[in-house]
Design a protein around this ligand. Structure first.
Ligand code: F6P
Length: 548
């Protein structure tokens, strides 16, 4: 059954939200709390090791009720059953969207084309486990019988960002293997990585769902050529493994069938880290930690599937995002993790969120006349405070932000952690409450400044506040809590896509540039001056050809 295709702006809830928005859009932050003293208790979700506070938002309980009404009206519940039930909700590509099956327990049953896919999933999981244990334990060796010291993940997009982010995020849990990621077709990237490597002790994991991606195949070919400068041909089978759906193409590359880790078309690239695409995660942190990541994600799946919408973390966070995107017309959202380990988290989310919901044609095939996918960006605090927080506090743009922090420090460095977390709490407080002109004047008076100086300076020192944030306070950064967090964003993406009436699981928007690049590459290799593009592009290519 196809997903319902309801234009959200035609729903009763949307119209009510529009009218309601006009009544509260200028309400100051303090008034929200003054009018509802229990709001901090009401607008929070405590689930397992997550404490999610969404009380610092420009909305009331009435807003939340209307947003929940919107979720009902666009038939979110039905869409969720179709998502988890393996229906072809990626209609434009004719595929199921079943990354959630990858983290199911073995006993679950998920049918695709009349067959339960769980046995295959567990077969591949066992293969990942066995391979990981052999590499980490030193049983599997390189062609000169030395144990592996380094692992290089060769992939791009979903075949790079997920594994790279998780390996960095779980740095505390890492084993002795050094991990590297080569993604960009920029040759400087691959050269920078291989210059540090010893071919005798390095394992290469080529990750490409399609095994046709230009960047990945170029990097894999360059690395294989470099490897074969010192190693014999037969050594390739000991040092190269691949993760792909395209078994024929992998074999044609020269990889041994036993070194192929299959994946499936019903797993989208940007949601694939739970499959064998996560092999590098398993190698870097051990299979048990990889499995715990999956367990965490499964727990979030269960929460999402079974919890009432008003206590459902992915549903609530998605609705908040819709509120700002479509009513306040906020252009972007920031994600600020207060953990250096989560350095790549926002970068990872950019693909998940922007590749999924960056669409402007609805599920009826009509051009959309409302805003869809949000622009996502962010960096870890406290560094971000010293970079772009000025704009968040005093700039002219409204930037709703999600703050992610952990109660416990991994190394137990309490002094640093208390400082980190005091910043974490202070920033959301400052963004929300701001600083009034009266307070600024008092402070300047206390500093002994003249009346004239106070008048001159005070406007610049006022913080308007009213900047909305959601706070995720999680007990500890563990493989399991990270799995929950990533799955939370995956479901948030899904909910938003349903509300916006778009197809979240295709990515045709990345194709045009790829096609043109192939044409231009041939023209660059050709001696002749080119004259078949627009004048601007033509001039640029010709200059490149004469100056390279
Ligand atoms: O950027 C487009 C895209 O298709 C992503 O969705 C995907 O994650 C990436 O390219 C890599 O594709 P593949 O795994 O097939 O090499």
């Amino acid at each position: 059954m196809a997903l319902a295709a309801i234009n959200p702006t035609t729903t009763k809830a949307w119209k009510k939200l529009q009218a309601h928005f006009d009544t509260i859009k200028n309400q100051p932050a303090k008034q929200f709390f003054a009018e509802a003293p229990h709001r901090a208790d009401d607008m929070r979700i405590v689930w397992e090791d997550f404490y999610v506070d969404y009380s610092k938002h420009r909305l009331t309980s009435e807003t939340m009720a209307l947003l929940l009404e919107l979720a009902e009206e666009v038939k979110l519940k039905d869409a969720m059953s179709q998502y988890f039930g393996g229906e072809v909700i990626n209609q434009t590509e004719g595929r199921e969207v079943l990354h959630t099956a990858l983290r199911n327990p073995k006993s679950a049953e998920v049918m695709v084309d009349g067959e339960n896919v769980m046995p295959e999933i567990y077969e591949v999981k066992n293969k990942i486990k066995g391979f990981t244990e052999a590499v980490v334990g030193g049983k599997l060796k390189g062609y000169t019988s030395k144990t592996f010291t380094d692992v290089v993940n060769i992939g791009i997009g979903g075949s790079d960002l997920g594994p790279a982010m998780v390996v960095e995020s779980l740095g505390y849990y890492k084993n002795h293997l050094k991990t590297h990621f080569v993604s960009n077709v920029d040759g400087d990237h691959v050269n920078e990585v291989i210059k540090t490597l010893n071919p005798e002790t390095t394992l290469f994991v080529i990750v490409s769902k399609t095994f046709t991606t230009q960047e990945t195949l170029s990097n894999a070919n360059t690395i294989r050529a470099w490897f074969l400068k010192s190693a014999p041909q037969h050594a390739v089978s000991k040092h190269f493994v691949a993760v792909s759906t395209n078994i024929e193409k992998v074999k044609a590359f020269g990889i041994d069938e036993k070194n192929i880790f299959p994946m499936w078309n019903w797993v989208g690239g940007r949601f694939s880290l739970w499959s064998a695409v996560g092999l590098t995660i398993s190698l870097a942190t051990g299979f048990d930690n990889f499995d715990k990541l999956l367990t965490g994600a499964h727990k979030m799946d269960q929460h999402f599937r079974t919890e009432d919408f008003d206590k459902n973390i992915p549903v609530i966070t998605a609705l908040l995002s819709v509120w700002y995107n479509n009513f306040f017309k906020a252009e972007s959202e920031a994600v600020i993790p207060y953990s250096q380990y989560l350095n790549q988290f926002a970068t990872y989310l950019q693909q998940g969120i922007m590749e999924s919901n960056g669409k402007s044609v609805d599920r009826n095939g009509d051009k959309i006349n409302y805003q869809t996918g949000t622009i996502i960006w962010g960096e870890p605090g406290t560094n971000a405070q010293h970079a772009f927080f000025q704009l968040m506090h005093q700039g002219s743009k409204l930037i709703p932000a999600e703050f992610i922090g952990f109660t416990k420090s991994l190394y137990g460095n309490q002094d640093h952690h208390d400082k980190l977390m005091s910043n974490f709490f202070a920033q959301t407080e400052a963004l929300w409450n701001g600083k009034s002109k009266d307070t600024v004047i008092e402070e300047l008076k206390a500093q002994g400044l003249s009346e004239e100086k106070i008048k001159e300076l005070s406007p610049y020192k006022v913080f308007e506040g009213n900047k909305p944030t959601t706070t995720f306070l999680i007990d500890k950064l563990t493989p399991e809590s990270l799995g929950k967090l990533i799955a939370m964003y995956e479901h948030k993406i899904f909910v938003q896509g349903i509300i916006w009436n778009i197809f979240s699981y295709d990515q045709f928007g990345v194709e045009l540039g790829k096609e043109l690049a192939n044409t231009i590459l041939k023209e660059i290799e050709d001696k002749n001056v080119i004259n078949n593009h627009d004048i601007s592009t033509q001039n640029l290519i010709n200059r490149y050809k004469t100056h390279r």
